[in-house]
Design a protein around this ligand. Structure first.
Ligand code: F6P
Length: 362
């Protein structure tokens, strides 16, 4: 039987642990199944232009385990099914280049594609699978908001970085008796804010799943000062939003405001205390993956190579409990996992005296 040739690609925003997955696919595919592995650069964009191909031999993946980012490059643009092309006049046209990708896939002599990416990439992977491409998916997002898997790699690193930031903010907040507001990532869900907030011992955690009562938040901070705790740390998810507020006209958000800067401004204006804010941003996505993310990435990569060997196409690896399983890619797309406002994690935070947004009387 001829040697199988498979490709790996990474799409969407990067996440610490992507290189661990690439390395594991390459090692397992080569060592156990005698497959040849190539990399397609910059997600599905690289399939439109076949020149964006690299050999993934032993040397190519040597030393990449502790590295953040992805050696294959990535993009969150360039869906081949709805590709935006600019003509000579600068007019943008949306065209379907999926057939071109199918041709390139054939021309490269590929037997399978391992597509690593978030919800958007899994959507594209499923569409290619339906067109006849043998695809296996590996889910990724630092936001941890994919329903099909208990955890995604990259999340633990993001939470670890955010927790360290809270630790550092604590010492300066205490020294200056300030309220520090830290805004963390999570496009739609509050997982990073909630877990880092608990782990870092924050005083307030504001997440999109619990639209927060501004008055109660302000009273909570005021009471802390009154009781002699001369500082407060608020962790605000980038998608957090306040409940509609009776003073909305007075406190309308400016275009330049983010959820964190707006909340910081509210505290400063209403309590007259010194406030500083910080948007942690892409620091949460950069740098070396934690042990947990290296482990999860490696386990996902090995299982993805096994699925290719089993010809279990249209499947995506996922962590359920302690086991890496596989689910139909189709079942995983468009389904997000949100923090349960009445669940154990929020209860844990509130039991620790952390304000999580609910209206209360003090
Ligand atoms: O989905 C991952 C994520 O980091 C979100 O937390 C954040 O909202 C978004 O991506 C940022 O995207 P970009 O890197 O394109 O600015």
């Amino acid at each position: 039987m001829s040697r199988k040739r498979i490709a790996v690609t990474t799409g969407g925003g990067d996440a610490p642990g992507l290189n661990a997955v690439i390395r594991a696919v390459v090692k397992a595919a080569r060592n156990r199944f005698n497959m040849e592995v190539i990399g397609i650069e910059d997600g599905f964009e690289g399939l439109i232009n076949t020149r964006r191909i690299v050999d993934l031999d032993r040397e190519a993946v040597s030393g990449i385990l502790p590295k953040g980012g992805t050696i294959l490059g990535t993009t969150n643009r360039g869906n081949p099914f709805e590709y935006e092309l600019k003509d000579a006049e600068g007019t943008v046209k949306t065209v379907d280049l999926s057939d071109k990708c199918m041709e390139n896939f054939e021309a490269l002599g590929l037997d399978a594609l391992v597509a690593i990416g978030g919800d958007g990439s899994m959507h594209i992977a499923q569409r290619f699978y339906e067109k006849g491409m043998p695809v296996v998916g590996v889910p990724k997002t630092i936001d941890n908001d994919l329903l099909a898997t208990d955890v995604t790699f990259g999340f633990n690193t993001a939470v670890t970085v955010a927790t360290e930031a809270i630790d550092r903010l604590h010492t300066t907040a205490e020294s200056h008796r300030r309220t520090m507001v830290l805004e963390v990532m999570g496009r739609d869900a509050g997982w990073i804010a909630l877990e880092a907030g608990i782990a870092g011992g924050a005083d307030l955690i504001l997440i999109p799943e619990i639209p927060y009562d501004v008055d109660t938040a302000l009273k909570y901070i005021k009471r802390r000062y009154a009781r002699g705790s001369n500082f407060s740390i608020a962790v605000v998810a980038e998608a957090a939003k306040p409940l509609p507020h009776e003073h909305d006209n007075l406190n309308r958000r400016r275009k330049s405001d983010t959820p964190g800067t707006w909340f910081a401004g509210m505290v400063q204006k209403n309590l007259g205390v010194e406030v500083r804010h910080l948007i942690l941003g892409h620091l949460q996505r950069g740098g070396s993956p934690t042990t947990l993310d290296r482990m999860l990435g490696t386990r996902f990569g090995v299982r993805a190579a096994e699925l290719v060997a089993e010809q279990a196409f249209g499947r995506m690896v996922a962590l359920q409990g302690t086991e890496v399983v596989d689910v139909p890619i189709e079942d995983a797309i468009g389904k997000q996992k949100f923090v349960d406002p009445d669940g154990q994690l929020v209860r844990t935070a509130e039991s620790m005296g952390i304000f999580c947004g609910r209206k209360m009387d003090y």
